[in-house]
Design a protein around this ligand. Structure first.
Ligand code: HEM
Length: 441
């Protein structure tokens, strides 16, 4: 393995025409002040906006859009970028030079176990090959499964009163339950039915295990998010509650893994008039590829995290935006009724038709743009490499990165850049996607 000294680094950087990126000011000794700033924003639930403030301050100091810069965090120099060209390099053109890094793996593996979200290289290729065929259209387009859980959500919202309104509800909580319910049915063959269990009038046959799983999975994720802010020192955050959360989550999934290994999963899809049909269950399909119970648990929990919060966050922000933009709401409502009919008289509601309903897609895209579901992310170099832009006084030179350098990136910051999205970047305007060919921005 090549040895990297400061002199070889400087020589290589010069040969590649690289220049360094500016440094964020006032990080304090060993970057401790900077960590406090991040933790404070986190506590106020304003972490993504803190990332925007940081970039705006850098841009003000340097008199240009500074979309790539360095900071210090507990003695570690970390790069930050919201430049689409740099994202393209990390995620596509120079993909092999970057890993997820040990902090992400070490932190997330405590809850999720080994799976696609914590793996690099051969491990990732193995998971990818295993999971890719599972996301073929026929397997993810079971609208009946979704409809059943949507009906439960309607029940949870409660009856419409004489004045035409239901009582006050927190729709975000309901969406998180909806996606947990449909995801668990897709993964394990049986839903945790958290929506029904949480109803005051529930007389569900299910035990408290489902409720415990839902609560402990949420709590484990909150701990995971807190550990992330500590970078390589993520292990400093490991309270007893987090360990207990992980234990409950693992035991719950192991129950279904054991059922699958014995061939006893519930894979019946109930049809009208008492008929039954075999339904697709991810655990059953993966069980045909591996009998390793730890691998099965890991892959399932990785997918649960990937698919559940993302979808419920998108749905929550989507309704948040529709309520604040009545003209968009009206246009979308008439598009939906024209395309799919009214509730009492539905027509052609298929996966393909949902995908080709353009205005619906624009509204979802615009929600994902302005309220980015994964606002911050990062990679670590596994060899000496470059970021194509951000170095030098004008920010146009490549930047040389030694091995083991962290680069954080933020779609939240990038999606709100006026130089990329126009002066109305902070407005919710789905029409901006009409005819737009989106690139890495
Ligand atoms: C609005 C919904 C969703 C959003 C915004 C979203 C976002 C993302 C993002 C940003 C990543 C990249 C993470 C990284 O590289 O660090 C990712 C990866 C992934 N997502 Fe999603 N996701 C969504 C829904 C889903 C669903 C429903 C599933 C599955 C049921 C899923 C499965 C995955 C998987 C397996 C990966 C890893 C891919 C790989 O490493 O090759 N996602 N998603």
């Amino acid at each position: 393995m090549a040895k990297f000294t400061l002199t070889t680094s400087i020589a290589k950087a010069e040969a590649l025409g690289c220049q360094d990126a500016p440094m964020y000011p006032d990080c304090g000794i060993l970057g401790i002040k900077h960590v406090r700033y991040i933790m404070d924003a986190d506590k106020k639930k304003l972490f993504p906006d803190m990332l925007i403030d940081r970039q705006q301050l850098m841009s003000k100091i340097h008199g240009r859009e500074v979309s790539t810069f360095k900071n210090e965090t507990i003695g570690q120099i970390i790069y930050f970028t919201s430049d689409p060209d740099n994202n393209k390099a990390m995620l596509a053109t120079q993909f092999a030079d970057y890993d997820l890094g040990p902090a992400r793996r070490g932190n997330m593996i405590r809850t999720l176990g080994d799976g696609i979200f914590v793996q690099d290289n051969k491990g990732w290729e193995h998971s990818r090959a295993m999971l890719r065929p599972q996301f073929a259209r026929e397997q993810i387009s079971d609208l009946d499964l979704e409809e059943n859980h949507v009906q439960n959500m309607m029940k949870a919202i409660g009856p419409v009163e004489a004045d035409g309104w239901t009582s006050e509800i927190d729709i975000q909580t309901l969406f998180f339950r909806l996606t947990l319910d449909s995801a668990t049915e897709f993964l394990f063959g049986e839903s945790v039915d958290s929506q029904i269990l949480e109803m005051p009038t529930s007389n569900s046959q299910k035990t408290g295990l489902e409720k415990a799983f839902a609560h402990n999975f949420d709590s484990a994720q909150a701990h995971m998010a807190r550990s992330f802010r500590l970078g390589d020192m993520y292990w400093l955050h490991n309270p007893r509650e987090y360990k207990e959360n992980n234990k409950v989550v693992h035991e719950f999934v192991d129950y279904y893994v054991n059922l699958a290994l014995r061939g006893n999963l519930n894979t019946d899809k109930k049809m009208e008039e008492g008929q039954k049909k075999h339904k697709y269950v991810l655990l059953e399909a993966l069980g045909q590829q591996t009998k390793d119970p730890l691998e099965l648990r890991g892959q399932l929990l990785n997918i649960l995290l990937a698919g559940r919060d993302t979808t419920s966050s998108l749905l929550s922000w989507f309704f948040h935006q529709l309520l604040r933009n009545p003209e968009v709401f009206e246009k979308l409502r008439s598009t939906v009724i024209d395309t799919f009919g009214a509730y009492e008289d539905p027509q052609d509601i298929t996966f393909a038709n949902l995908k080709s309903c353009q205005y619906l897609q624009y509204c979802l895209n615009e929600t994902l743009r302005i309220w980015t579901v994964v606002p911050g992310n990062g990679r670590r170099t596994n060899k000496a490499t470059t970021l194509p832009r951000g170095g030098g006084l004008d920010g146009k030179s490549p930047i040389y990165l030694p091995p083991q350098t962290d680069v954080n990136f933020s779609s939240h910051v990038m999606h709100r850049r006026k130089d990329l999205w126009g002066p109305d970047a902070e407005e919710f305007r789905p029409e901006r996607f009409a005819g737009r060919k989106s690139g890495w921005e």
